[in-house]
Design a protein around this ligand. Structure first.
Ligand code: TTP
Ligand code: MG
Length: 392
């Protein structure tokens, strides 16, 4: 495929680093409480009672992310089970990302604990790529007492596969000649190949990545559509997707398609309440407050309507988000049935605002303080423990 592309159009060779923290939530718990080091630590329980992650010591007993907590207790009765402390993990995540941003401005954070870095032009400051990787590992360990695994390759997908190969505390460098690296790799490691596509590929006799190249691209295209051609590229180690430095989120929202189209205000209000709860909690977890609340409605004819209201002051209080959205809904004068409803908050301001007069707590602050307390209880005891009355 590639032979026909004029050389001038090919991107210059790149060096991409992928970093993924080891057993992130559990490792933070161990760093914050050294008595937990070397012990089987299992973090989770907040959402539907499943494991968020387990320390490598607990993984020896077969404990894995997304496993029900009761199953984890069976497999590892001596495990130390801890609740999720999302705010703390966000804080550490930001610290780690700041370390990466000091190495290169081209950092794309892809989740709470992983990022790609394009190392172009960093050689003078940070030495060759292995040196840059060692510097990053050293700094993360020195500043956060945590280990990470790093993969370095000519492109993003190879770097991501590489970072996973020698976990924990790994450093894997993919050679320029990528075919030997890809040859025996199971197809399930390729981006976009989930259990279902893996099964479909297996039915064709494709197990390892190199097996893909035994098939004419046309046949794979017929079988898998455009993704069939993408598979052929991946099997050749080709991936030109750039590292895109992220801009911080500009809005945060939640929306739901209703089980049935409706004009019943009570049903819509109930939906808005759960959305206000979810968005409020996410804002608080990220230390954000927003000034503009937007109500989104999609009617049964798919016509989309949005209505916004800007508050005097940025907030993260669930009740204020809910009241504002309900006010927008009531003003809207609904006539046609609604199939989807959503609530979003934007126009983020400062996270903290204090009363001007000492001792006087404003209504908003009181609400936010209660919300924070509810978040903490829910984190400890589960989401169902406190439900709000719909007459908030
Ligand atoms: P991962 O990077 O997938 O896992 P990890 O860092 O715990 O372990 P490792 O990378 O060494 O294999 O996810 C990062 C964090 O995201 C993880 O610490 C907890 C959270 N998480 C969940 O809450 N639920 C999940 O199902 C997964 C996979 C992760
Ligand atoms: Mg990780």
């Amino acid at each position: 495929m590639r032979e026909n592309v004029p050389l001038t159009l090919l991107p210059l060779s790149r060096t991409i680093l992928h970093m993924d923290m080891d057993a992130f939530f559990a490792a933070i718990e161990q760093a914050d409480n050294p008595a937990l080091k070397g012990k089987p630590v299992i973090v989770g329980g907040a959402k539907r009672g499943v494991v968020s992650t387990a320390s490598y010591e607990a993984r020896k007993y077969g404990v894995r992310s997304a496993m029900p907590i009761f199953e984890a207790r069976k497999r590892c009765p001596q495990g130390i089970f801890l609740p999720v402390r999302m705010e703390r993990y966000q804080e550490v995540s930001q610290k780690v990302m700041a370390i990466l941003e000091a190495v290169s401005p081209l950092v794309e954070q892809v989740s709470i604990d992983e990022a790609f870095i394009d190392l172009a032009g960093t050689e003078r400051l940070h030495g060759d790529t292995t040196q840059a990787a060692r510097k990053i590992k050293g700094k993360i360990y020195a500043e956060a007492c945590l280990t990470c695994s790093i993969g370095i390759a000519p492109n993003k997908f190879l770097a991501k596969i590489a970072s996973d190969l020698e976990k924990p505390d790994g450093l894997t460098i993919v050679p320029e000649e990528v075919q030997s690296f890809l040859k025996d790799l199971p197809v399930g490691k390729l981006p976009g190949v989930g259990p279902k596509s893996e099964e479909a590929l297996r039915s064709l006799g494709i197990y390892a990545v190199s097996d893909i190249l035994r098939f004419p691209p046309g046949l794979l295209e017929r079988k898998f559509g455009k993704y069939g051609l993408r598979l052929v590229e991946l099997a050749q180690g080709i991936d030109d997707s750039p590292v895109i430095p992220c801009s911080p989120a500009k809005s945060m929202g939640s929306e739901d398609t209703l089980p049935e189209d409706t004009t019943a205000i009570n049903i819509l209000k109930k939906q808005l309440l759960s959305q206000a709860e979810e968005v409020g909690e996410r804002l608080r977890r990220h230390g954000l407050k927003g000034r503009t609340v937007t109500l989104k409605l999609k009617h049964s004819d798919f016509a989309l309507v949005t209505r916004s209201h800007s508050l005097k002051e940025a907030t993260c209080a669930t009740k204020i988000l809910y009241d504002t959205a309900v006010m927008l809904l009531e003003r809207y004068n609904l006539k046609t049935p609604v199939r989807l409803i959503g609530l979003a908050v934007s126009n983020f301001g400062e996270g903290q605002q204090y009363s001007l007069l000492p001792g006087v707590e404003k209504e908003t602050e009181k609400l936010e303080r209660v919300d924070h307390a509810i978040d903490r209880i829910r984190e400890k005891l589960g989401r169902q423990i406190i439900t709000r009355g719909s007459n908030l």
